[in-house]
Design a protein around this ligand. Structure first.
Ligand SMILES: O=P([O-])([O-])O[C@@H]1[C@@H](O)[C@H](O)[C@@H](O)[C@H](O)[C@@H]1O
Ligand SMILES: [Mg+2]
Ligand SMILES: [Mg+2]
Length: 272
């Protein structure tokens, strides 16, 4: 099932990158884009899984946008971002990923991130390590943040308060100083870069559970750590995350972040 699904998705994304990158609609803001490919890939994944596991549940980015609940329960749940990096996809910027996390009892059991244009299949199973195209992954051993590259994103929230806090955090981190700041334009790819040891840490406020479910397992199985931006245990529904190679760097980043709390992914939907 999985090989067939992967081949179909790979072909669908590559053909769409060539022939149809049109924006179909926007969601939370004019720069929160959706394409037909986002929807078609998510429908293909859900259909394929349902045929084999009809009782399983799903949290899909585009299904939630269409009104499906975003509730992570103890039931076996597939957490899907069909195209992570949709803005990149629309611009043919080469970091476009499909991210699928599988959770039971609210714990990720396996995660897959396929970085389409790099043809890199990142996989992790809880307790069994993280891999890229079958090669084991290991986070960076760097303990000194001034010798690190940090990844972050600005998301699609352009509210003044949020932007002010994001730029305040970024300024403090840049001026530590760190050796570089990067934005792949995809949370999942940023987390794969942490798991691969290319980037020491990634943080973002504004992500969704589907952006980071699979990547969170990749990072921890590659020897890294996850932390809330205020230093506590990460909550994948809180829309805030630090994924780092070790606690030293994660705690250092916490000191510089002006945090805020977006509406949670599992917040009750506003009454109609
Ligand atoms: O929407 P999408 O391309 O699946 O996911 C994207 C995330 O990967 C990214 O971290 C975030 O900054 C963007 O706003 C967007 O949410
Ligand atoms: Mg995403
Ligand atoms: Mg997406």
């Amino acid at each position: 099932m999985y090989v067939c699904m992967y081949v179909c998705i790979d072909q669908m994304v590559r053909e769409a990158l060539r022939d149809d990158r049109k924006v179909m609609m926007t969601k939370s803001s004019s720069i929160d884009l959706v394409t037909q490919t986002d929807q078609k890939v998510e429908q293909l994944i859900i259909k394929s899984v349902k045929e084999k596991f009809p009782t399983h549940r799903f949290i899909g980015e585009e299904s939630v946008a269409a009104g499906e609940p975003c509730d992570l329960t103890d039931f076996p749940t597939w957490i899907i971002d069909p195209i992570d990096g949709t803005t990149n996809f629309v611009h043919a910027f080469p970091f476009v990923a499909v991210s699928i996390g599988f959770c039971v009892n609210k714990q990720c059991e396996f995660g897959v991130v396929y970085s389409c244009l790099q043809d890199q299949m990142f996989t992790a199973r809880r307790g069994r390590g993280a891999f890229c195209n079958g090669e084991p992954l290991q986070v960076s051993t760097e303990e000194d943040i001034s010798r690190s590259i940090i990844a972050t994103e600005f998301g699609s929230n352009r509210e003044t308060e949020a932007i002010d806090r994001m730029f305040s955090s970024l300024r403090k981190i840049v001026c530590i100083p760190v050796q570089g700041v990067r934005s792949a334009g995809s949370a999942a790819v940023n987390m794969c870069l942490v798991a691969s040891g290319c980037v020491e840490a990634y943080y973002e406020i504004g992500i969704h559970v589907w952006d980071v479910a699979a990547g969170s397992l990749l990072v921890t199985e590659a020897g890294g750590v996850l932390m809330d931006v205020e230093g506590g245990v990460v909550d994948l529904m809180s829309r805030r995350i630090i994924a780092a190679n070790n606690r030293t760097l994660a705690e250092r980043i916490v000191k510089e972040i002006d945090s805020f709390s977006p509406t949670r992914d599992d917040a009750p939907l506003p009454k109609q």
